[in-house]
Design a protein around this ligand. Structure first.
Ligand SMILES: CC(C)(COP(=O)(O)OP(=O)(O)OC[C@H]1O[C@@H](n2cnc3c(N)ncnc32)[C@H](O)[C@@H]1OP(=O)(O)O)[C@@H](O)C(=O)NCCC(=O)NCCS
Length: 154
């Protein structure tokens, strides 16, 4: 079945999927630049991802796929869509924090960097400052200027 990636509002269904995936939800409503993308199947939300924009840097967060739909390419597709959205918004560097999925993001071109190298705007986010434990892995990836151009890869 072809699944369309759509913009989501922060609602109880989004929060339930994130909670099911073990991810934080308490700081989402305080993030003015948050843009959520998701995929529905039969009307039910099966995956989502979020981007917070801070000028030329962005925070990729809240990536979750419902357990029964994992390992079918949905997670990577959501990240690809989030990167395209970020590039279209002028974001040149996408950052993220992850506790369990560093290997997943490494396959998508994200590199591990020390937390001390986080851009100031990212270091000031609620997720960076406190919601993820200090043991989480900080990663980043440079995005192409226009992600939508065929043949251009970040
Ligand atoms: C991480 C997550 C989004 C991946 O979604 P998905 O739809 O299963 O991912 P895809 O199907 O696109 O990719 C699957 C591939 O990634 C690998 N993979 C999945 N999770 C992984 C992880 N945590 N670490 C390393 N590799 C991982 C799978 O082994 C698979 O590899 P294969 O193609 O060689 O078989 C999903 O497992 C999830 O929701 N996890 C809980 C929440 C989470 O950790 N989010 C990330 C924090 S921001």
């Amino acid at each position: 079945m072809k699944m369309r990636v759509e913009t989501l509002s922060l609602d109880p269904e989004v929060e339930a999927l994130l909670t099911e995936a073990g991810l934080q939800v308490s700081d989402l409503s305080g993030s003015p630049s948050l843009h959520l993308l998701g995929v529905r199947e039969g009307g039910r939300l099966v995956g989502l991802v979020g981007i917070e924009a801070y000028g030329s840097v962005g925070l990729l967060r809240s990536l979750a796929v419902t357990p029964v739909r994992r390992n079918a390419g949905l997670g990577m597709r959501l990240v690809s869509n989030a990167e395209a959205l970020a590039a279209a918004r002028g974001i040149q560097t996408l950052c993220l924090l992850t506790i369990t999925a560093a290997g997943f993001f490494a396959r998508l071109g994200y590199g591990v960097v020390p937390r001390s190298e986080a851009p100031a705007a990212i270091a000031a986010t609620a997720q960076f400052m406190g919601l993820c434990p200090a043991s989480s892995t900080f990663m980043r990836k440079g995005l192409a200027a226009d992600h939508s151009l065929p043949g251009r890869r970040a």
